[in-house]
Design a protein around this ligand. Structure first.
Ligand code: EPZ
Length: 432
């Protein structure tokens, strides 16, 4: 990652030094969606022809997943925001544990490898700081499609039954609308024999983006983005050129940065329908929102508290719960934030309290009393979105904050401080 950085003088750990209190202005540019690009990259395993993805964000997770595919023989080259992939000589379907273990998204390989090679051996993705992150639904779906799936010693081994050369279509009903499980089953079913259906499918835009790319490769997927998806299996898929959708979570983060610093900012490109729940809450909190095709201009008024409950799409996204809380801690009045998706996604509360936030945490519900101003402090982001939330809080805090947790932040935000400094913030990266 080519970011100019200074040698640290205050702490040995890589961190951002943020001078709070500056207004922002102008435009903030949104990169391609991390949570789409990761799964689209694994979909390249479904064909031996070249796949060319554009608008691919420069993130550590993107390099990590490309490295995982490289260990299986997938060729790749990354120029600007264009990633070219070719899986014409997959040498095996058993990526090394040390690479896969660091990146949950590696599990996305299991569906395409089953469809292409009829077998796959992928380490079971562990939990992470925000929750257990089980893959029960993914495995249920693969078994429904006729795969033999065995989980032993932390490794998931999947193969086709008997001598059949293809998975068999099936009706699948998820217990919960899991994004990853929906994407895994989609990528396994596109090469299956017959027509499969997924009920209680995840409706996130990233699922729709994957379905659109698969259809560009010759698949026949209908209904993605809704609760019921139909997949008519085909024998082979061909290559494609495809552009990743803009990152709705980065866009939401930028809108919240504008609201927190009480600045008028234009955020683009963004697909407004991917952010309706967030836009509504920003309006309810006192911001005016102007939409012009793929650009959103936000003008904050007096910010007051609102209640947030995270839900599967199209509800309020869990990935913006922590960033939005950074706004609510200096809003006028009381807010209640309830995290319904993950069991442990409130670690940022303690860090915000260090900056003077008044928050009472009861389980996964935070009751926030807005304070006039936060005070700068050394803080740390314990997961990707908590780290982003601490950057946002520091933009408004009085004084200079140090934000650690860049290893998390760089997984999901490309050149965050460069973009924010371009709009008037004062952030220096110290990278030892
Ligand atoms: C995707 O994770 C995103 N990651 C997450 O973004 C996002 O928070 C999440 O979807 C929800 O929107 C990527 O796309 C790479 P899930 P995923 O399966 O697919 C439970 C970020 O910050 N569940 O929809 O793992 C699970 O425990 C990351 O960018 C089961 O109970 O999410 C969780 O509580 C974080 N059983 C909930 O569903 C299962 O078999 C949502 O999980 C599967 C999931």
């Amino acid at each position: 990652m080519s970011i100019a950085a200074k040698v640290s003088t205050r702490t040995k750990k890589p961190h951002l030094e943020i001078q709070g209190g500056f207004q922002l202005s102008g435009d903030l540019k949104v990169s391609g969606a991390k949570n789409s690009a990761l799964v689209l990259i694994t979909a390249a395993l479904l064909t031996e022809e070249q796949v060319c993805l554009s608008n691919v964000p420069e993130l550590t997770d993107i390099k990590a997943i490309t490295d995982v595919l490289g260990t299986m023989g997938v060729k790749s080259s990354y120029q600007g925001d264009v990633l070219q992939l070719q899986a014409d000589q997959i040498c095996h379907s058993d990526p090394p544990y040390e690479l896969v273990n660091g990146l949950r998204a590696s599990f996305f390989c299991i569906g395409p490898l089953l469809g292409r090679l009829g077998k796959a051996k992928i380490p079971l993705p562990g939990g992470c700081r925000i929750g257990a992150r089980p893959v029960v639904e993914h495995i249920r779906g693969l078994k429904a499609l006729g795969a033999l799936v065995n989980v032993e010693h932390g490794v998931v081994t999947a193969s086709l039954r008997g001598t059949s050369g293809r998975l068999k279509a099936a009706p699948i009903v998820f217990d919960c609308p899991s994004v990853g499980a929906t994407e895994t089953v989609l990528m396994a079913a596109v090469l299956a024999e017959g027509t499969s259906t997924i009920e209680n499918a995840a409706q996130e835009p990233e699922v729709q983006d994957l379905a659109n790319m698969l259809n560009a490769m010759g698949a026949r997927v209908r209904g993605a983005g809704g609760p019921i998806i139909t997949i008519e299996g085909v024998e082979t898929l061909h290559g494609c050129n495809y552009s990743v959708i803009p990152d709705r979570i980065e866009a939401g983060t930028f809108l919240i940065a504008a609201a927190i610093t009480r600045s008028k900012i234009r955020v683009s490109p963004v697909i407004p329908d991917h952010l309706n729940a967030v836009l509504q809450k920003l309006r309810d909190a006192g911001c005016s929102i102007e939409i012009n095709k793929q650009a959103i201009t936000i003008t904050p008024g007096e910010i007051h508290g609102v209640d947030i409950t995270t839900q599967p799409f199209p509800g309020f996204p869990t990935d913006l719960q922590a960033p939005f809380m950074a706004l609510l801690v200096t809003a006028k009045g009381t807010s209640v934030v309830t995290e319904k998706i993950y069991e442990n996604r409130m670690q940022h509360v303690a860090e915000m309290q260090r900056m003077g936030a008044s928050i009472r945490l009861q389980g996964n519900t935070a009751v926030i009393e807005g304070v006039p101003q936060l005070s700068a402090a050394p803080v740390r982001g314990g997961d990707l979105r908590a780290a982003a939330a601490m950057v946002l809080a520091s933009l408004a805090a009085k004084g200079t904050s140090l934000v650690e947790g860049l290893d998390h932040l760089d997984r999901g935000y490309a050149f965050l401080e460069t973009k924010l400094n371009g709009a008037g913030s004062h952030i220096i990266r110290y990278q030892n």
